[in-house]
Design a protein around this ligand. Structure first.
Ligand code: 0X9
Ligand code: ZN
Ligand code: ZN
Length: 428
């Protein structure tokens, strides 16, 4: 009886996946679960990440120190169980059925998209975001300015918006949605743009008007469209590989900063953290990298929006043996962010530290590249949550998350100013 039901479920999953190869079918994750696996040694981590590179059955969702979040196909549960015993680690399930979360999210999106309206009670598509951006640029022609980073592999335009109320402001660069499935990042970035232009709150007005904002709401445009149309759980870019049938590179391992050094990325094209055939192989990353280096004097602070984990992460990504010269200042700014978020009634807690000490060695990331370009306050922000919903954060949490980002960033920038990081680098 048990076995039969198991086989039926397995057949359905296989069929659903087969169907997903069709033109307009989405990949389904019926009965896919997500496990939190706790380990102790680097050897155990290596074995687990190797094991998870079997893309048929596993996907790496997230990592923290001594902890790995793995999505597993229903057919591979016994495989995982024996591997867990073999490697001698512990595991607990925290999402029982990924598809049920995707269904809920899609329902909310469909309900609100039917009238074609943009908003923050649902997640918007790239087309909706760009259309909204066009409206903003028309409505605020003096304060806003459009900029184009370049074209993606599939030929989409990567757009940004500059918001500037006056000259001689310090600059803040925000990169968002470099990882395709991290939808809360572009939702938050667009909400911030809207607040900076429309809020009547005095604190927000100060924040908006006393900084120049350079915001790229969706960097990985191809991957983002792919998450809306085909595979909600896609992370990487969409450029095919010359050496594998696996598609895409982890764009946050593709910058020319310790690229592929220190075991900070994978050389396996099927891995979620594949660094690419060479640094800057991804046109989206090349575009952002060039934009940062050719405008570096305009930026005092760089923020890379990610999810999930509720972490504020600083350089270095490559080693935890060594710390950047202004590490203490970055920690002070991080503490300001975390304290401000905690002072809100939501009870959300952020942890902070360098990438390599908080997570694992990760090289080729945007904020490390920005730091090397002389933007001495460069952070990765991992938004909500800590795993209850992971990447599929319910739309009702978009505004609360964005409010946290707003007060957190305001406090972080206040601290940066106090510590002398908001001085103009050149006359603009
Ligand atoms: O691994 C990543 O790229 C980021 N985490 S995520 O779960 N969103 O994928 C963290 C990146 C921070 N790394 C460096 N700045 N080196
Ligand atoms: Zn990310
Ligand atoms: Zn993360």
């Amino acid at each position: 009886m048990e076995v039969n039901r198991y086989l039926v479920a397995l057949t359905l999953v296989v069929l659903a996946q087969g169907a997903s190869l069709g033109q307009d079918e989405k990949l389904r994750y019926d009965n896919y679960s997500v496990y939190k696996v706790k380990y102790e040694t680097p050897e155990q981590r290596n074995l687990l990440t190797k094991f998870a590179e079997d893309r048929e059955n596993f996907r790496l969702w997230s990592e923290a120190k001594n902890e790995l979040h793995l999505m597993i196909s229903p057919g591979a549960l016994s495989k995982l169980e024996s591997e867990i015993q073999k490697i001698n680690v512990t595991a607990e399930v925290f999402i029982g059925n990924v598809q049920s979360l995707i269904d809920l999210e899609e329902e909310a999106n469909l309900k609100l998209s039917s009238d074609g309206s943009f908003g923050w009670k649902k997640y918007n598509t790239l087309a909706e975001i760009y259309e909204w951006l066009d409206g903003i640029l028309v409505a605020y022609p003096v304060i806003t300015e459009s900029f184009i980073l370049g074209q993606s592999y599939e030929g989409r335009t990567i757009r940004g918006i500059k918001i500037s109320y006056k000259s001689n402001n310090p600059g803040v660069l925000i990169e968002s949605n470099i990882h395709a499935r991290e939808w809360i990042t572009s939702a938050t970035a667009t909400w911030l743009i809207n607040e900076f232009l429309t809020s009547q709150d005095e604190g927000v007005r100060n924040l908006a008007e006393n900084h120049d904002w350079y915001i790229v709401p969706v960097l990985n445009v191809d991957g983002f469209v792919y998450t809306h149309e085909k595979d909600r759980m896609w992370r990487k870019t969409r450029q095919p590989s010359d050496i594998s049938s696996c598609i895409g590179v982890d764009p946050n391992r593709n910058y020319d900063s310790y690229w592929m050094e220190y075991n900070g990325a994978s050389s396996n094209p099927c891995s979620e953290t594949y660094g690419g055939p060479n640094a800057l192989s991804e046109p989206e990353v090349k575009a952002m990298s060039d934009y940062i280096s050719s405008n570096k004097d305009k930026f005092n602070v760089m923020l890379a929006f990610h999810s999930y984990s509720q972490f504020l992460l600083s350089p270095y990504g490559h080693t935890s043996e060594e710390f950047p010269p202004n590490y203490d200042d970055m920690m002070a700014a991080s503490k300001a962010f975390a304290d401000a978020v905690e002072s809100l009634p939501y009870g959300t807690v952020y942890e902070y530290g360098s990438v390599a000490e908080m997570l694992y060695a990760a090289t080729g990331a945007t904020n490390d590249w920005a730091y090397e370009q002389g933007i001495e306050m460069s952070f990765t922000i991992e938004f909500r949550d800590t795993g209850r919903y992971g990447f599929i954060l319910p739309p009702v949490q978009i505004i609360p998350n964005a409010e946290e980002a707003l007060v957190g960033i305001a406090a972080l920038l206040d601290k940066c100013e106090e510590l002398g990081y908001l001085e103009l680098k050149t006359t603009q």
